[in-house]
Write a protein that binds this ligand. Structure first.
Ligand SMILES: [Zn+2]
Length: 269
């Protein structure tokens, strides 16, 4: 019987996981019975055209917890760094904080943005990705951050989000969980409003007739968001005949299988 694993998703913003990996996370939680934890590093305070930062911080924190419940997460942790300012945090401190969470939760799998994704424009995504890779790669070494409360722990697998299909050789069938993914995304109502408001501005700028306007209410933008998500995930699945899919760059972080040519670490997909 397959071993029960623990999963830690480390992201910059409240809705990153749901957009890129919500269907896969729901499969881990509901179909495989894995314990899934989410660690969100920023306070999301720049994620709106409509709300003031102090209101947004409170609402998006609540929405993240509600979305986590939809996807079957064990826990959602919020670190609360100012949005878009992770590059102000000392990389050594950021890596240490993520490593402390790894040593406490003891995940087999980490998920995050891809530290080597070309064309990633968001500084927070780049920061969280690299810090997560470094934290996971060295968390088993007792000489790294010896002041941590919990013992060193080895992470063996990583799923890096493939926003662009760069190196996305791991295609996960989410046909059974696409509805959960959409339900979780709808919990992030202020982020769905942000998405539609950004699309409206783009549409105006290029003079497109996209039937998207500024400040649309939820009953108008939800069907558009749902169509967009289904279209995006259907395109990812089309290559392999899946109705809906999410894409990752999968990586074994340990060396045992590489050195011995074995397959002790078994990928789930
Ligand atoms: Zn983000």
């Amino acid at each position: 019987m397959a071993r029960k694993k623990t999963v830690l998703v480390v992201v910059a913003h409240a809705d990153d996981m749901e957009f890129l990996a919500g269907g896969t996370v729901a499969r881990f939680a509901f179909e495989k019975g894995y314990d899934v934890f989410e660690y969100i590093l920023t306070d999301n305070s720049k994620g709106s055209y409509r709300l003031l930062p102090e209101v947004l911080i409170e609402i998006s924190a609540r929405e993240a917890v509600e979305a986590g419940e939809v996807l079957g997460l064990k826990q959602v942790r919020l670190e609360g760094y100012p949005d878009c300012e992770l590059n102000e945090v000392n990389p050594n401190v950021l890596r240490g904080q993520i490593m402390a969470v790894i040593r406490e939760i003891k995940p087999d799998i980490v998920m995050s943005w891809d530290p080597f994704a070309p064309g990633e424009d968001h500084p927070d995504h780049r920061m969280v990705a690299m810090a997560t890779l470094e934290a996971a790669a060295f968390s088993s070494n007792p000489l790294f951050y010896p002041d941590h409360a919990d013992l060193p722990h080895m992470v063996t697998e990583a799923y890096w989000f493939a926003k662009q299909p760069w190196n996305a050789e791991c295609i996960v069938d989410i046909s059974s969980t696409i509805d959960k993914k959409i339900e979780a995304l709808f919990k992030h109502d202020c982020q769905m409003a942000l998405t539609i408001d950004a699309l409206a501005r783009e549409s105006e700028t290029i003079g497109a007739n996209a039937d998207i306007a500024r400040d649309m209410p939820p009953e108008q933008y939800r069907p558009i968001i749902e169509m967009g998500i289904r279209q995006f995930c259907a395109a990812a699945g089309a290559k392999t005949g899946m109705a809906y899919a999410e894409q990752f760059r999968y990586e074994k972080l340990g060396m045992l299988d590489k050195v011995l040519g074995t397959n002790f670490v078994e990928p789930d997909f």
